[in-house]
Design a protein around this ligand. Sequence first.
Ligand SMILES: C[S@@+](CC[C@H](N)C(=O)[O-])C[C@H]1O[C@@H](n2cnc3c(N)ncnc32)[C@H](O)[C@@H]1O
Length: 232
Amino acid sequence: MKPSDIIEIDTSGGYDAWAAGYDAQDNPMIAAVERHLDTHRLPVAGARVLDIGCGTGRTIARTLTEGAAFVLGIDASPKMLARAAERLAVPIAAGRTALMQIDIARPWSGVPADFDLAVITLVLEHSATVSPILDHVARHLAPGALLFIAEIHPDMLRTDLGGHFERDGVTYSLPSYVHDREEFGSALAAAGGDAPMFDEVRADAATIAAIPKFAKRQGDGVLLTLRARRRA
Ligand SMILES: C[S@@+](CC[C@H](N)C(=O)[O-])C[C@H]1O[C@@H](n2cnc3c(N)ncnc32)[C@H](O)[C@@H]1O
């Protein structure tokens, strides 16, 4: 890809522009998160779930299907939230889910503080630092609640584009920052979390067979996940 084919775009403008095509895209990172969640289920049955950076509501739909009692999705992009509202019209009408426009890097207003589970998938790369966000998250979890994070692997972010989309032959690249395990660990400790359990997906033979777009990353880490509980 030639540098002249890439246009840098800010995060909120980028997701508003990406929203219409987001779910139709063959996105290997989304496939990696889905595949990980298929084999490492979250404890959603009966839970109150907070989906942070919920985008078009894919993970909200998943957790509702798996038996969550209630899911609140928060996101900064009005157009991503509009797609989520279309997808989730039935559970919203039934009071099982709600959506709020929140910039997670700023103080949160109006978000309840009693969630059993928080999920963050493919969001934190857009923030220069994770500490203030994880501090906000911890304040909205019940004692002992679980936080699950899945992000593009730091090794991949160091050598490839982060979040990006293509339109009319042009690649639009959103701001992207690397966050290592050490940063997550110290941010969680400061926010009142237990030591996180990390897992990673590498582009091994099984992953490439399932997600062929990772063939060019053979052997590399492609997804980093963590689970941590808020201290009781
Ligand atoms: C790659 S999408 C992921 C969406 C969804 N979590 C998923 O896995 O499909 C990233 C989402 O994070 C949201 N986001 C990024 N930075 C944000 C911020 N500071 N506040 C709220 N939402 C943010 C974007 O608007 C976008 O919807």
